[in-house]
Design a protein around this ligand. Structure first.
Ligand SMILES: CC(C)(COP(=O)(O)OP(=O)(O)OC[C@H]1O[C@@H](n2cnc3c(N)ncnc32)[C@H](O)[C@@H]1OP(=O)(O)O)[C@@H](O)C(=O)NCCC(=O)NCCSC(=O)C[C@@](O)(CC(=O)O)C(=O)O
Ligand SMILES: [Mg+2]
Length: 291
């Protein structure tokens, strides 16, 4: 499964920002053709993003292009962008499984022979999209993740966004549950104050606790803060190693349950411990490869 702790939006109409995408260290870069680009700039931005996909080296980062909805410029985006081999398209304002199926069919038609299948990340940012989250997640094998867009979602509800986020509690829960049920990742909404590092840290920690596997970002300074939250703490790694060892010992003695400092250790706890160890090893290997 792809590592998508941080997915950084880069406005698709900014040559300067697009060409620096490799230095930010984000797990994914999202070259944006939708809300960061004004309608009169859509055609120029599409060509710019197509060029960036061909000529800019985004290193190990997953390359994602946020297309426009199909009822605006989305069809043209797919035709021009897909042959440039992005790893994924982010589809905004998805509301139904049919939305995904239409996009998937157009993507298949635009792919070149031998091209690695382009994945779809569905951005859910309306009440209907959240309601249909599971059907959207299961709509097509190309769907790799569901992401939450809380600004549009809050606007649709007619509520103000707050820092503590009570207004998106339900949307976060439903989206995470739908993604987990479908076996794909859930990615949290961006934290929109690029200068509030502590606010971002708290919001990311809350998202992680909900079950989100990563967070959208709007500024390069946010990437490191998000990665720190998702990096397993030393104490968690030690705990996970002890849990795995305790259950292995218990199993060797014919039991499926062990005790670690008085706390029960059984299969689901070992499963969580293994996830921590897997992530820790993956990050270690990545770091070694980057050095
Ligand atoms: C936030 C801010 C204005 C802050 O400006 P600041 O000036 O304080 O930034 P500084 O940190 O000072 O910049 C230092 C250096 O980094 C460069 N730099 C900055 N940001 C960069 C970046 N993203 N990529 C590459 N480079 C970057 C900059 O060019 C400078 O380079 P240089 O001059 O060479 O030193 C700026 O980051 C920015 O524009 N972000 C992108 C915003 C965007 O994409 N929004 C649309 C996507 S979200 C969305 O749509 C969500 C949703 O769908 C979800 C929902 O529904 O909830 C919705 O609907 O809302
Ligand atoms: Mg939006």
């Amino acid at each position: 499964m792809e590592l998508r702790r941080s997915m950084l939006f880069i406005p698709g109409n900014s040559p300067a920002m697009l060409q620096n995408g490799d230095v930010f260290g984000a797990d994914s870069v999202i070259l944006d053709l939708e809300d960061a680009v004004a309608p009169q700039e859509k055609d120029a931005a599409r060509l710019l993003v197509a060029q960036a996909l061909t000529y800019v080296d985004y290193g190990a980062a997953e390359t994602v292009v946020r297309m426009n909805p199909l009822d605006t410029f989305g069809g043209e985006d797919i035709k021009v962008i897909v042959p440039r081999r992005p790893d994924a398209l982010m589809a905004p304002k998805v509301e139904t499984a049919q939305d995904i199926q239409k996009i998937a069919a157009m993507v298949a038609a635009a792919e070149q022979p031998g091209q690695k299948p382009v994945r779809i990340i569905a951005l859910l940012e309306t009440p209907q999209g959240i309601y249909e989250a599971y059907a959207i997640a299961k709509a097509h094998p190309r769907v790799a993740a569901l992401a939450l867009g809380a600004e549009d979602y809050s606007a649709a509800l007619g509520v103000q966004r707050t820092k503590e986020g009570s207004e998106i509690f339900t949307a976060r829960s439903l989206l995470v549950n739908a993604a987990a049920a479908a076996g794909i990742q859930a990615i949290d909404t961006p934290f929109t104050d690029a200068n509030d590092e502590e606010g971002l840290r708290q919001d990311t920690a809350a998202a992680k606790q909900f079950g989100f596997k990563g967070k959208l970002a709007i500024n390069p300074r946010q990437v490191e803060v998000i990665h720190r939250v998702y990096h397993p703490a030393k104490a968690d790694i030690e705990w996970a190693e002890q849990v795995v060892a305790a259950l292995a010992k218990a199993e060797a003695e014919g039991s499926g349950v062990a005790s670690l400092n008085g706390k029960m250790v059984d299969a689901p706890i070992v499963s969580r411990a293994r996830q921590i160890l897997f992530l820790a090893r993956l990050l270690k290997v990545r770091k070694e490869l980057a050095e």
